[in-house]
Design a protein around this ligand. Structure first.
Ligand SMILES: *[C@@H]1O[C@H](CO)[C@@H](O)[C@H](O)[C@H]1NC(C)=O
Ligand SMILES: *[C@@H]1O[C@H](CO)[C@@H](O)[C@H](O)[C@H]1NC(C)=O
Ligand SMILES: *[C@@H]1O[C@H](CO)[C@@H](O)[C@H](O)[C@H]1NC(C)=O
Ligand SMILES: *[C@@H]1O[C@H](CO)[C@@H](O)[C@H](O)[C@H]1NC(C)=O
Ligand SMILES: *[C@@H]1O[C@H](CO)[C@@H](O)[C@H](O)[C@H]1NC(C)=O
Ligand SMILES: *[C@@H]1O[C@H](CO)[C@@H](O)[C@H](O)[C@H]1NC(C)=O
Ligand SMILES: *[C@@H]1O[C@H](CO)[C@@H](O)[C@H](O)[C@H]1NC(C)=O
Length: 238
């Protein structure tokens, strides 16, 4: 009862706000297909065709939240999701030098169908990328990438300014803007090495096997805080 009410509220909010990154905001509406963007603007790396903005939103230096609506377009019954951070403003277009700093392990979403759906995903307590060294007042850009089943990716970004956690300028996170819809499932992504990288070294087989083990072990551990892992690595929320 409660969750269906929330879902309706979320659906209404999303439909009227027309957003993809629903929290903490986005650079702007890039759900555009026209003669300039015949395939759709949102496929353009790194931020779906929208340049760096100056109406930045405040985001905490730890445990931030990102909510997004992955199913605005048709065709996303499943997709891989990446959330990255780009630091600073000394790169192209007065934005970051790169968007190469993952904030969460990539994961798969399992949507209700290939049709557009209004559901949302809300990631909470997001850590900063490994090695990040930011302080309140620093600027950065959060990028959400949705990798479609055919290998092309949709990009959406939001420009942020870091603030001390609890700073009143950080938009409130609550049950209307931070929802994991019941109709969107998550799956863990992991790889199995079927052929190790081949350098002619007698020690490589062992090294690579150990690396692969360490990697999948670390991946699973890293995921535990994020996505409860059950047998098969596949589960549906609620
Ligand atoms: C920044 O301004 C653009 C253009 O008005 C708007 O679409 C976007 O939602 C704003 N972004 C934020 C984070 O407020
Ligand atoms: C397509 O949309 C973009 C963004 O609104 C706009 O800048 C561009 O001029 C449009 N192109 C055409 C051909 O209408
Ligand atoms: C962060 O971005 C805002 C808006 O673009 C700008 O006014 C401010 O000077 C920037 N701060 C730093 C530390 O670059
Ligand atoms: C990405 O940008 C950061 C600065 O934000 C820089 O330290 C790092 O070397 C860059 N990485 C690559 C691969 O260019
Ligand atoms: C939830 O937070 C947003 C700001 O992020 C605010 O506009 C909205 O009123 C809040 N909703 C509730 C029910 O508190
Ligand atoms: C293989 O590993 C052993 C022990 O670490 C080392 O002594 C040996 O030199 C290595 N062989 C090669 C070809 O790298
Ligand atoms: C949504 O699910 C993710 C992944 O399990 C979790 O980290 C996050 O806290 C959930 N969001 C809410 C609002 O419960």
């Amino acid at each position: 009862m409660l969750s269906s009410t929330l879902l309706t509220v979320a659906a209404a909010a999303v439909a009227s706000a027309h957003t993809v990154i629903t929290y903490p905001g986005w650079r702007g509406d890039n759900l555009i297909t026209n003669a300039t963007w015949p395939y759709g603007m949102q496929w353009i790396y790194p931020c779906g065709g929208i340049g760096t903005t100056t109406n930045r939103t405040f985001w905490p230096t730890r445990d931030g939240t990102v909510a997004f609506q992955p199913g605005w377009f048709q065709g996303h019954a499943t997709a891989f999701i990446y959330v990255n951070l780009g630091f600073g403003t000394d790169g192209p277009d007065n934005g970051p030098q790169n968007m190469s700093n993952p904030m969460v392990p990539p994961f798969q979403i399992i949507g209700p169908s290939k049709n557009p759906y209004p559901g949302s995903v809300c990631l909470t307590q997001i850590p900063l990328p490994a090695g990040a060294n930011v302080k309140p007042g620093d600027n950065a850009t959060i990028q959400v990438v949705e990798l479609a089943i055919h290998g092309a990716a949709l990009y959406s970004c939001v420009d942020i300014t870091f603030a001390e956690p609890g700073d009143p300028r950080i938009p409130e996170v609550n049950e209307t803007n931070c929802i994991n819809s019941t109709d969107i499932g998550f799956a863990d992504i992991y790889t199995i090495t079927t052929k190790a990288s081949g350098r002619a070294n007698e020690n490589d087989t062992v090294t690579n096997a150990a690396w692969a083990l360490g990697r999948s072990g670390g991946g699973l551990l890293a995921h535990l805080g994020w996505l409860p892992v059950v047998a098969g690595g596949l589960w549906v929320l609620l």
